[in-house]
Write a protein that binds this ligand. Sequence first.
Ligand SMILES: Nc1nc2c([nH]c(=O)n2[C@H]2C[C@H](O)[C@@H](COP(=O)(O)OP(=O)(O)OP(=O)(O)O)O2)c(=O)[nH]1
Length: 129
Amino acid sequence: MKQVIVVAAVIQNNNKQILCALRSETMSLPNHWEFPGGKVEIGEDHYDALQREIHEELACTIMVKEKITSVTHHYDHMIVHLHTYWCEIIKGYPLAKEHASLQWVDLKDLKSLRFAPADLSTIHLITKG
Ligand SMILES: Nc1nc2c([nH]c(=O)n2[C@H]2C[C@H](O)[C@@H](COP(=O)(O)OP(=O)(O)OP(=O)(O)O)O2)c(=O)[nH]1
């Protein structure tokens, strides 16, 4: 089965809301929310990949901070190794270049969005406590 390494950015604003991105109808996992990011390419480390993906998807520059978690999730069509990181926007304001939409979401409301299944452990970790 196809396996991919994916990095994703958890970005918080001054109101403690988290930036969530809606996958479009034409993407895999259509109409699911996710944390912006994407596949790590050959020769990239997680930091390079995350900065590149955020440039492409949100047209802004981030600083990658602490890792939140790493999980392996088995979808029907592939295995995703997902690594999530706290990130901070250091230049620009996020724009939906590839997603159907972006939304700043209160921590308490994250669980009510239909997220990609691989993201649930990250959501659990950032909403507890
Ligand atoms: N970016 C991102 N991808 C995620 C998350 N959770 C999760 O299961 N994924 C999956 C969805 C995709 O299959 C893959 C990320 O690849 P990608 O963002 O480059 O996806 P893509 O639409 O370009 O690729 P494809 O799967 O449609 O070929 O990981 C997440 O929080 N963020």
